[in-house]
Design a protein around this ligand. Structure first.
Ligand code: NAD
Ligand code: FE2
Length: 434
């Protein structure tokens, strides 16, 4: 797929893409080395971020033991909110500011790693909360300098937050998710130990798997980097650069791994599934960290932000929520049917990597073939049937559209322009699939 005609230069478009590769350690037993890694990064007093459930699990015990045996001073913050909000980001930042830490270790899913990134940012360079948040919702003020060192230890495999300069939260007053996107908030090291995944509830595994798939598939089908307007200067080149030859390689292999492992990993897992899925999540993270996602993620921020009465099995039940991976994948079939004609071969290859039988199929039907393949796998893994399965009806179409249309960074990164009316029709098409 690399250097395909997809990347033919368009007048006014960029001619350059940059590759930001995170530093990663991968393998069973890697958590036992976190103490040495923290010392190597110059930490002496460490803030350990986690959530109320993960704090009781083995990964946190392993990290604490490793920090102790390396002689490091640390304090644990176990109050991270699952699917964090501006309020919970501020609470995490307060802990960081008061504790006088010189380094951070996060142990948990995307909620924990993102909260830790934000806490490091706001405690290192205090500012009005919206200053660092994406424009147009926030002011996207540049981060003034380097942050304190951060080691991110994921206990899920979907978000790849350990690879990205992204921290996502729910802005409560807007009833929509948004984020802070800046390469300076990326962790200095990601430590991926696949054994941590064995305690994940089945639906969380499914949601993570589809989050990975969607990161990879959105990156492959994103607008090519050569069609994004060239920036005025190097530092203005965005992190979400569009599809590029580097992200293509990582993302196609990631879809292959998800396609071969996700159904078994949800229904009847074996150890080998966890290694494959964690690696797939990391590959897609490197890919979408450079290419950027588009419509399924842009729409998901409204689906998650407006959650009314859906309480899925496997997540905390204290408030209704549409967890991230589910809020994304319920949109994906509708989106890929629509975007298929813009780059059908890319959709067709993604369907093949996901396991679709392409015998007697036509490349120009790539979008529909991919959508059908996703729908089949959603059914096999217990994912709800579209937006109606997570509590929405056609009466919510305007509210959903209003809250996702401002996600310019994502909507503009799709392979075709999408009007507000088209976005509303995508939500309508995503209401139910079977
Ligand atoms: N920063 C990024 O690049 C990025 C990308 C995508 C999504 N996100 C964000 O990440 C968040 C979602 O993160 P997530 O999907 O990783 O899940 P999560 O952190 O929200 O955790 C989901 C649930 O699983 C539990 N859990 C975590 N690890 C476990 C384990 N090993 N065993 C048992 N239970 C475990 C948690 O306690 C929680 O109840 C959302 O807020 C989403 O918007 C961030
Ligand atoms: Fe995601």
């Amino acid at each position: 797929m690399s250097f395909s005609s997809y990347f033919t230069h368009k007048p006014g478009g960029d001619r350059i893409f940059s590759v930001e590769a995170p530093k990663i350690k991968f393998g069973r037993g890697s958590l036992q080395e976190v103490g040495d890694d923290a010392k190597g990064l110059g930490m002496s007093r460490v803030a350990v971020y986690t959530d109320p459930r993960v704090v009781q699990l083995e990964p946190v015990a392993k990290v604490i033991e490793s920090l102790s045996s390396s002689g490091l001073d640390f304090e644990v913050y176990d109050q991270v909110a699952v699917e964090p909000t501006d309020i919970s980001f501020k609470q995490g930042s307060k802990f960081a500011s008061e504790g006088k830490f010189d380094g951070f270790v996060s142990v948990g899913g995307g909620s924990v790693m993102d909260t830790c990134k934000a806490s490091n940012l706001y405690s290192s360079y205090p500012a009005d909360f919206l200053d660092y948040v994406n424009a147009p919702i926030g002011r996207a003020v540049p981060v003034p300098g380097e942050l304190k060192p951060h080691i991110a230890c994921p206990t899920t495999f979907g978000t790849a937050s350990e690879c990205t300069g992204i921290a996502i939260f729910d802005l409560l007053e807007m009833e929509a998710k948004t984020g802070i996107v800046n390469s300076k908030i990326r962790a200095n090291l990601g430590v991926l130990d696949p054994s941590v995944l064995s305690s994940l509830p089945p639906l969380v595994r499914a949601a993570n798997g589809f989050d990975v798939f969607s990161h990879a598939c959105e990156s492959i089908t994103a607008r090519p980097y050569t069609h994004r307007p060239a920036p005025e200067s190097s530092e203005k080149r965005p992190l979400s650069q569009g599809a590029n030859p580097y992200s293509d390689v990582a993302c196609l292999e990631s879809i292959n791994l998800i396609g071969s492992h996700i159904v078994q990993a949800v229904n009847d897992p074996v150890d080998e599934n966890y290694d494959a899925l964690m690696f797939a999540g990391m590959l897609a993270g490197i890919g979408f960290g450079n290419a950027g996602c588009h419509l399924p993620h842009g729409m998901s921020y409204a689906v998650a932000g407006l959650a009314k009465d859906y309480s899925p099995k496997g997540w905390p039940e204290d408030h209704p929520m549409v967890p991230h991976g589910i809020s994304v994948i319920v949109n994906s079939p509708a989106v890929f049917r629509k975007t298929g004609p813009a780059c059908s071969e890319r959709h067709w290859k993604a369907a093949s990597a996901m396991g679709a039988d392409l015998t007697d199929t036509k490349v120009e039907n790539g979008g529909d073939i991919l959508a059908d393949q996703i729908i089949g796998m959603m059914r096999d893994t217990g994912i709800p049937n579209g937006l109606s399965g997570v509590g929405y009806s056609v009466e919510d179409l305007d509210a959903l559209t209003d809250r996702s249309y401002p996600q310019k960074r994502l909507i503009d990164n799709g392979p075709m322009p999408i009007s507000r009316e088209e976005l509303k029709e995508l939500f309508r098409a995503a209401m139910s699939y079977w």
